[in-house]
Design a binder for this molecule. Structure first.
Ligand code: GMT
Length: 377
């Protein structure tokens, strides 16, 4: 099948998921065309079945806001026609679903329109989509999609509660490539970061408000009073500076390292003992799943779809949003009991196996097959 994928090309979960999906589909023989404004970050190697089309947005003195949505629609029309795509899969509703709709309307005039699938990822529904300024376009373009998927049961419910959706929403969860996200021996690296055998905690995010990164620091501050430990802060975003300032105020700087954006995440996760995800909302929590693939238990909130992957008392612990005291208490309990920690590590991997890429990608393929005429398969 020839499939067009539209996504945000950045380190964010939706872009990562879309890129990994495209790579997995290409490995299975599909021809994949990524259409976005920048090379997706995880599209890092040549693959004979993968093509990338950059959307450029010409500027003009009149444009205070260059019209990306129009440029994307025009590029979609061009790629669909000239590459003979069978199907378009857009990730993140805004503005990808409405651009896909517009492209299809243009193609209809030439009897050349193709089915498009919209995958909802989280903030496109729970934060941005609900904004009155976007709501009607989001509702319309979701309903005009030939199929809709959500990455968790929780996100499906959130979407149904917030928008008037007239179609079925299929739940297809996030997935992890266990071959990549698995524990490898990085003892030398661990020794460098924790020379006295301190336990290592890690947090990975885009440092946005919804991630409650300050809870990571506060929780660590409390834990550090009871045991020697180190914290690795991975990623970057609007809250980063304030977090570095918070560390200075709490006097924890010597035990916290801000590593910025990292491409070889699996290497850092391989030396991590505990992953922290204190988000106010998370439709799924891909970062936690990737940690679990590397046998890292998770302390998270019970927000959104997180309880669909992190099982309280089995793969980690769940707390109410903002309850840093319980997070620290659970962390101490787990990190000071080697047997329990090893059991949780094993359980984390077992749970991650349920979301293996080879189990989830066929769910998308089945959906594609239900929309594309048999002749194209
Ligand atoms: O977490 C983010 O802020 C990035 C965001 C995105 O859209 O790129 O991630 C969302 O999609 C991921 C992949 O489906 C999910 O695993 C994340 O939980 C979700 N984030 C939120 O719901 C906040």
């Amino acid at each position: 099948m020839k499939i067009g994928i539209v996504c945000y090309p950045t380190f964010g979960g939706s872009g990562v998921l879309a890129t990994e999906l495209g790579k997995a589909l290409a490995d299975k023989g599909h021809i994949i065309h990524f259409i976005t404004y920048q090379q997706p970050v995880r599209l890092d190697a040549f693959h004979p079945n993968i093509f990338y089309h950059e959307v450029t947005v010409p500027t003009y003195p009149l444009f205070d806001f260059p019209p990306y949505e129009s440029a994307l629609s025009s590029t979609l029309v061009d790629v669909i026609l000239n590459q003979g795509l069978d199907l378009l899969h857009v990730h993140y509703a805004i503005p990808h679903a409405s651009s896909a709709y517009l492209a299809n309307q243009i193609l209809k005039k030439q009897q050349a329109n193709i089915p498009f699938i919209t995958t909802l990822h989280g903030t496109d529904i729970t934060l941005v989509g609900k904004d009155k300024m976007y709501e009607s376009v989001v509702t319309f373009s979701i309903n005009e999609s030939d199929a809709i998927t959500a990455v968790s049961e929780n996100l499906r419910q959130e979407t149904l509660n917030s928008f008037k959706i007239e179609k079925e929403i299929h739940v297809i969860p996030n997935f992890v490539d266990i071959k990549r996200f698995s524990q490898s021996n990085k003892e030398h690296f661990k020794k460098m970061l924790a020379p006295n055998g301190e336990k290592i905690l890690a947090h990975v995010s885009n440092f946005r408000k919804v991630k409650r990164v300050d809870d990571v620091i506060h929780m660590f501050y409390q834990l550090r009073k009871s045991m020697p430990c180190k914290l690795l802060m991975i990623g970057d975003g609007p809250e980063r500076q304030a977090m570095e300032q918070l560390c200075r105020e709490l006097g924890t700087c010597e035990d916290i390292r801000f590593l910025g954006k990292q491409e070889k995440l699996e290497e850092i996760l391989s030396i991590t003992d505990l992953f922290l995800l204190p988000s106010a909302y998370e439709s799924f929590g891909l970062a936690a799943l990737e940690a679990m693939g590397c046998q890292v238990p998770v302390i998270s909130t019970n927000a959104g779809g997180i309880p669909e992957i992190n099982i309280h008392g089995v793969t980690g612990y769940l707390t109410e949003v903002g309850d840093t005291e319980s997070m620290a208490k659970y962390a101490l309990e787990l990190l000071s009991d080697e047997d329990k920690l090893n059991t949780f590590k094993k359980n984390a991997l077992e749970q991650a196996q349920k979301f293996r890429i080879d189990l989830i990608v066929p769910m998308y393929e089945h959906l594609y097959e239900s929309l594309v005429p048999a002749a194209a398969l």
